[in-house]
Design a binder for this molecule. Structure first.
Ligand SMILES: [Zn+2]
Length: 343
């Protein structure tokens, strides 16, 4: 197999080796300006073993997707006209992985910002957690506040189990906050139901006008909760199967049983003071859900700045690259033409 040398700068003084057959001739100044990682590397004194062909310094940069790595190097060298015109979500994620590892988001923002703007409208409809995981990572790496808020909001609404990031190194602090917000919402909503059931069992409860109404409300609530599968959740502390979105629709349509309250079919026993008739499940639940935690509106990127850094990557970034390859997206992502981008 012949060796491929990608020449980013004919006067380059550094050779980056991706694998034995793929090398990039690059200019150290461009690398150190764009990336604190390369700055540290290249400012270290040379040792003999790092000096290679033509007296150039050689550095290993193994394991990356060749196209993604080449795109980042071209952007770092100002060769904006040579980067791909069409970039899909998976390809952009591979680019983001290189950018995050070498901490060079600012150097590539002329390419990534227009892409994010052109793609943002697609995000409205995305509920697939596999895709949202990539979107959250992209927004995080490229520091796009509105995309980050939007993607984390969609994830919080759609997740029906704990969020676990498998394909891209999203900081733990972000993952934990998404999980915490989801659990806060769900446990708050379910607590409303549990507390109401308990209160309706208390003889001194003032929730209903009479013991009879109280017992009717209790049986109706527990029956409807059983019908909606809401008692099955006790076995799993993570509220598996329940998302903000499906819980919202499950909880909004409780029916009122036949009590003394107005609005029932027969209207029997309607109190003279209809305004104060308490015996309506809908009315009680409406008031209580209003005071329960609201759905997550999405996270604020500024609150997660302290997680920037390379610790997350561990010793071997190849493991992340492999996992990204191993799990295909559930449906192909349409390509987007970035022809209109003005450099
Ligand atoms: Zn009543």
């Amino acid at each position: 197999m012949t060796e491929a040398i990608h020449v980013l700068d004919p006067q380059g003084d550094v050779l980056l080796t991706l694998d034995p057959n793929t090398t990039f001739l690059v200019f150290s100044n461009a690398l150190t300006k764009a990336s604190p990682y390369f700055k540290t590397c290249l400012e270290e004194p040379w040792n003999g073993s790092q000096t290679g062909r033509g007296g150039r310094r050689e550095l290993e940069a193994g394991g990356w997707d060749e196209g993604a790595f080449l795109t980042v190097l071209r952007l770092i060298h100002g060769l904006n006209q040579d980067v791909p015109q069409k970039v899909d979500l998976t390809r952009m994620t591979k680019i983001a992985m290189v950018v995050d590892y070498y901490q060079c988001a600012d150097a590539v923002s002329r390419f990534t910002s227009p892409w994010l703007i052109s793609q943002h409208c697609r995000l409205w409809r995305v509920t697939s957690i596999q895709k949202l995981e990539l979107w959250i990572f992209l927004a995080w790496v490229f520091k796009d506040h509105s995309t980050f808020k939007h993607a984390t909001c969609n994830a919080a609404a759609s997740l029906d189990r704990r969020f676990v990031t498998r394909r891209v190194p999203i900081p733990d602090g972000i993952v934990e906050t998404i999980n915490r917000d989801r659990l806060t919402y769900l446990s708050g909503r379910f607590a409303v139901l549990d507390n109401l059931l308990q209160e309706l069992q208390q003889p001194e409860s003032t929730l209903a006008c009479s013991a009879e109404c109280r017992s009717t409300l209790f049986s109706s609530l527990s029956e409807q909760m059983r019908g909606k599968g809401l008692f099955d959740r006790s076995a799993c502390g993570d509220f598996e199967r329940f998302s903000q979105a499906n819980t919202w629709s499950l909880l909004r349509d409780f029916n009122d049983p036949q009590t003394c309250s107005p609005g029932n079919a027969d209207g029997e026993g309607v109190s003279a003071d209809t305004e104060n008739v308490p015996c309506s499940l809908k009315k009680i639940l409406k008031e209580r859900f209003r005071d329960a935690p609201a759905p997550s509106p999405g996270l604020n990127l500024r609150q997660f700045m302290q997680y920037r850094g390379r610790d997350r990557w561990g010793d071997d970034h190849r493991a992340w690259e492999d996992s990204l390859w191993a799990l295909p997206l559930d449906e192909p992502e349409p390509s987007v033409d970035t022809n209109h981008v003005q450099w």
